[in-house]
Each structure stands twice: as C-alpha cells, then as structure tokens.
Design a protein around this ligand. Structure first.
Ligand SMILES: Cc1cc2nc3c(=O)[nH]c(=O)nc-3n(C[C@H](O)[C@H](O)[C@H](O)COP(=O)(O)OP(=O)(O)OC[C@H]3O[C@@H](n4cnc5c(N)ncnc54)[C@H](O)[C@@H]3O)c2cc1C
Length: 451
C-alpha cells in the first residue's frame, strides 16, 4: 500500500466512490465522487493530535469489528494511506450540535476544513480492474450459535482484532471479563456449506481457524476444541501446518458444532456431534470463535450494474470462463481481482490480481484491440427505431443514431444475441449466427442423423 502511495504512476483516490462508468475497452469514462474528509490532505502531516484530543468516542464497527472504539475524527485503519484522518460527520459535535471544534483549534498544520465539499472527478481510462473483496456474513442469522448473547462469542474477524498488537487488548487474548480463557471452542463452517445460509465453502476459514487455534495455544495455553466437518488444507504447506496444530495439542472434534448455549454462570456450552465416535458431545468453554462465512459485498448489485458485470448464483462477480479466462469479465476491458470473484486467501488473491494486471499490460502493449467477429449488426432499412434492443442489451452496446435507428458499438457488443431475439422487426442479426446459418447447421445435423 505504501509503495502504491509513493509510486509516481499511481494516483490513489481514497475515501472515494465510483458513481458512473461509460464507454468501452480502451476508452472508458469513470465518474468518481471523492468524499469530503473535512481535513485537507495536502496540509495534514498525520501527527494524530486531532484524534488524541477529540472528546467523542464511538464503537468502531469497521476496522475494529466492534471490539474497540474510535474518535469522531479518526484514521479508518492503522496502516491507512494517506495517513490522513477523516471527520465522521454523524458523530462530530460540531456537525451534530454546533460546538467543540477542538480538532481545528489544536491542529498545528491548520488542516481541518469543516466546509469541505465532495469533489466529482472524471477519469479517462483504458481498462478497469474491479477488486472490491468480500463481506462477513452475520451469524445472528442462525440463532443456534447465540451470537450477540454473550461478548465471549466472537467471530474470526473479531478474534483477529483481539490477537493484534494494535487491537483493543494490545494483542492479549482475553475474555470480556479481562481474564485469560482456560477453554476455547472454534466452530468451523458457520454459515458456509449450509443450505440455511450459504451452500458454498468459504474456503479461507479452515486455515484461519487453524491459525487461531495455534495462537490461542501459544498465547494462553488454553484447551482448544475445534469442531470441523472436514479439514480443507488445500494450499502449499497447509497440510503440514494442520499437522503442527495437532501437535500443539488442539482437540479436533469431527462434526459440525451445532449449538452454543449461554449458561447462567456466563460459561458457554457448545453442543456438537463427534462423527468419529458417533455420539453427541458437550463442551463448556470461556470463549467461542465462530468461523463465519464470507459473502459478496452488500452493494454488489450496484457495482455489478455500474461495471456491467455478471453474477454467479451465489452473488460473486462472474468471470468470463472459470478455467480459461478467470480474470476477464463478459465486458471487454473490465477485469476482476481477488475475493470479489469468489472466496480466496491472500496467496490466491495476489496471484489473481497479478493475472488481472498482466491482462491490462497485454492490452496496452498491443495498442489495438482485437474484437470478436460475432457481433450484432442492424439492418437500418428494417429497423423502426422502437428501442427494444437498447433496453434488452446487457452490455449497453446499442444506441440510436442520428437517423433514430439502432446502432451497435462493436467494441461493446459481446455477440450474445439478446437484441436479435428481442427485435420485433427482425432487423438485427448476430454475425455468423444468422437464421440461415443456424437452419443450415440443423439441416446438416439432421441429414447425418438420417444416414
Ligand atoms: C478472519 C479472517 C482471517 C483471515 N486470515 C487470513 C490469513 O491468515 N491468511 C490468508 O492468506 N488469508 C486470510 N484471510 C483471507 C483474506 O482476508 C482475503 O484473502 C483477502 O482479504 C482478499 O483480498 P481482496 O483484496 O480480494 O479483498 P478485501 O481484503 O476484502 O479488500 C477489498 C477492498 O475493496 C474495498 N471496497 C469494497 N467495495 C468498494 C467500493 N464499492 N469502492 C471502493 N472500494 C471498495 C474494501 O474497503 C477493501 O479495502 C482471512 C480472512 C478473514 C475473514
């Protein structure tokens, strides 16, 4: 991130959102809203005095996953680039009650700007890489895990904050009562591989749960019970790590942790099935870590519509071909990188992102774009200009020309044939898929079948 921030050929637009995308491969126009931070980036030195002195504390449901607090002026996460805070206008006393202005008074650089407005930027780009990642699934949706009923039932992401040196306990693994846990349960597949939540495997949870088990053993010496259906240690050296965690003394229970009960004394009872022993097991623990599913971002619909991306049945962004074109999308010049396309860990994300970057380099090095010959063409004489094809085209490849007739942009058209099937005047043909060609192919097949 730091390297990207310093690179002369990279402009980072943080705290910004894409609002509109038009154009086509080699010639996109992207409208970006750069949101007002209420802090001037070019003046702020990142000294942090404003955050220290701000009197407002709010629970940080973002980076701290609800495990810690932040101020109303804050740096969104520890390694943020640029190292410039933002004022949360919904909680700042000046914006909500018209008083305070402590940050402005104390900022030695004079960087606070309460009047700052959002900026709209228009960028001309040749290619786009979408890398919007994943969201955490909310375990409250399956009440049998009792998430939210005890502060000692936490998600894997919350555990990451607990064990981080920059987290709320300075990296110590402590229960909500401030004590080292003596017994910890880790439950795999919470919301994954479950028809009541997400049927797919979230792919990253087995390995991060093994990491968590190792960290608990190392930092607290607590007994760790790991409830799992089967261990998916698929990557390089992952199986060896699984063996090492077994040697750490972690107790593996093969079976889904079915239920967590909060006992009157505050302890947590995990009920599950040990498939190897063929019987139910009950374990009383001080802390439960739920390895919750990951899912597409909540605004994936909006992002898909903006960039004309397809979605898989699970909601992830769809690649052009799962084996042969894993970073391309159905829209030429728009690529995918990382977990927005499906669950993946960091090594796989890095490989996927490098592949996407190389696709862009390849495109720019060629200097010209090879488009498929199977695009739609309009017979203007037959077109009545009704516009049905414009509405039907999933790639926004059709517009009306100055004569009011439909015109296909071959750089955008993917040859799907939707317009040809929709046109009530039969004025559109998908090249190389004309009715005559298809009928001739069927005739040919039937002739062979009759022999
Ligand atoms: C609890 C937990 C522990 C893990 N531990 C490990 C581990 O030990 N090792 C490992 O290899 N992997 C681990 N992973 C997996 C790892 O987090 C992912 O592989 C990785 O984060 C995927 O990277 P990404 O860039 O695709 O997505 P993300 O990390 O999700 O990044 C996406 C970025 O896009 C931004 N964004 C989203 N939408 C928009 C938008 N509309 N406009 C602008 N920006 C947007 C987000 O704010 C975010 O910064 C863990 C995951 C979890 C949940």
């Amino acid at each position: 991130m730091m390297d990207a921030g310093r690179h002369p050929n990279i402009t980072l637009l943080t705290y910004s959102e894409v609002e509109d995308v038009s154009g086509y491969i080699g010639n996109f126009t992207v409208r970006v809203r750069k949101k007002a931070r209420s802090v001037r980036e070019e003046v702020c030195t990142g000294c942090g005095i404003c955050q220290e002195k701000c009197p407002v504390k709010v629970v940080d449901t973002g980076f701290e996953a609800g495990m810690g607090k932040r101020k109303a002026i804050y740096r969104p996460f520890a390694q943020a680039i640029p190292n410039v805070p933002v004022i949360d206008r919904e909680n700042c006393l000046w914006f909500t009650k018209g008083r305070c202005r402590a940050c402005e008074k104390l900022c030695p650089a004079g960087a606070i700007d309460y009047e700052q407005q959002d900026q709209i930027l228009e960028l001309k780009v040749g290619a786009i890489v979408v890398a919007t990642g994943f969201a955490m699934w909310d375990p409250r949706k399956l009440p049998q895990y009792s998430y939210g009923l005890s502060p000692n039932i936490i998600t894997g992401l919350q555990f990451e904050r607990l064990t981080s040196a920059g987290g709320p306990t300075g990296g110590e693994i402590l229960t909500a009562e401030g004590k080292k846990p003596e017994r910890v349960a880790i439950i795999h597949c919470v919301g994954s591989r479950d028809v009541n939540a997400h049927p797919y495997c979230s792919r990253i949870c087995c390995m991060y749960s093994l990491k968590h088990a190792h960290q608990v053993r190392e930092k607290t010496g607590a007994e760790v019970y790991e409830f799992y259906m089967d261990m998916r240690a698929f990557g390089k050296a992952y199986e060896e790590f699984y063996e090492r965690v077994q040697e750490d003394g972690v107790i593996f229970v093969r079976g889904r942790g079915a239920e967590v009960e909060v006992l009157p004394n505050g302890k947590l009872r995990v009920k599950g099935e040990d498939a190897n022993l063929g019987r139910l097991v009950f374990v009383d623990v001080d802390m439960v870590i739920l390895a919750t599913a990951i899912e597409p971002q909540p605004d994936a619909d909006r992002v898909a519509a903006l960039f004309r991306l397809g979605r898989t049945p699970d909601g992830w962004f769809a690649e052009a071909h799962p084996k042969l074109r894993p970073v391309e999308t159905a829209t030429a010049g728009i690529f995918l990188a990382g977990a927005c396309q499906g669950p993946r860990d960091i090594p796989d994300t890095v490989a996927h992102a490098e592949a996407a970057a190389m696709e862009v380099v390849k495109l720019f090095n060629l200097g010209e774009v090879v488009i498929s010959p199977t695009v739609a063409v309009v017979n203007e004489a037959a077109c009545v200009g009704c516009g049905e094809c414009i509405l039907a085209c999933p790639y926004s490849a059709i517009a009306r020309n100055i004569r009011g007739k439909a015109e296909v942009n071959p750089a955008l058209c993917q040859g799907c044939g939707t317009c040809a099937a929709t046109c009530p005047s039969h004025a559109i043909t998908a090249l190389h898929f004309t009715d005559q060609e298809i009928v001739a192919q069927i005739d040919g097949l039937l002739e062979r079948a009759m022999l």
